[in-house]
Design a protein around this ligand. Structure first.
Ligand code: SF4
Length: 212
């Protein structure tokens, strides 16, 4: 990445970490994806149960094999199983020790904004898992909720394409506010601040462009 672009993302990342800490999240700034992975793993004791939110960032971090092979109980929603069985894993994962996921957007007011297809990630960030660890690139920082929703629409189009859902946008690259069964934009959650349960939500912000 261009040095100036990287520098700006680092500045944005540090700024949003201060904003998030002032909004009672546990926010941590790191420079690289590797540092984020190291920080994340240092927070999870062996034997913990782990739930995963659908995330390109987690894929880029290549963290899932670590949880599969390590001393953890992984609610593994990425197995090749019939959809009703995956839904059952998602249901059980609502009482995990840790939910590991990313976020679609973070506003400069410290709001975490997420759009979900099935709702497990949006719901789990709000309530259920004992702790939530969100890993995000500084590229997801936006001014306000309007900018967050604009960002999320673009992300949804790319996600529909990525997971091969049969939506109009996956063909045209344009949102048509569809009503098809495979629609990926079904549930929106907004976390306004992180202080309801002390230390429950950690946000690891990478000063880089990561994920969608
Ligand atoms: S509402 Fe439908 S068309 Fe629009 S982004 Fe979501 S899945 Fe795609």
């Amino acid at each position: 990445m261009n040095d100036i672009k990287k520098w700006k993302l680092q500045c944005d990342g540090k700024e949003i970490v201060d904003i998030l800490n002032n909004k009672n999240y546990n926010a941590i700034y790191v420079n690289t994806l590797d540092e984020a992975k190291e920080t994340l793993l240092s927070m999870i004791p062996n034997g913990s149960s782990i739930a995963l939110g659908g995330s390109v960032t987690l894929n880029e971090m290549d963290i899932i094999p670590h949880f599969r092979d390590g001393d953890y109980k992984l609610y593994d929603r990425y197995q090749n199983l019939p959809f009703p069985e995956i839904v059952e894993i998602m249901r059980q994962s609502m009482i995990a020790d840790f939910l590991i996921t990313s976020t679609n957007a973070i506003t400069k007011k410290g709001e975490l904004v997420n759009m979900d297809c099935s709702g497990n990630r949006a719901a789990g960030i709000i309530f259920g898992p004992k702790k939530v660890i969100i890993v995000t690139g500084a590229n997801k920082v936006v001014k306000d909720l309007d900018a967050a929703m604009e960002r999320i629409e673009n992300v949804a189009i790319m996600n529909a394409k990525r997971i091969r859902h049969k939506t109009p946008c996956a063909n045209t690259g344009i949102c048509e506010d569809c009503n098809v069964k495979d629609r990926v934009c079904n549930y929106v959650s907004i976390v306004k601040q992180g202080g309801k349960f002390d230390g429950r939500i950690t946000v690891i912000v990478i000063g880089d462009e990561i994920g969608y």
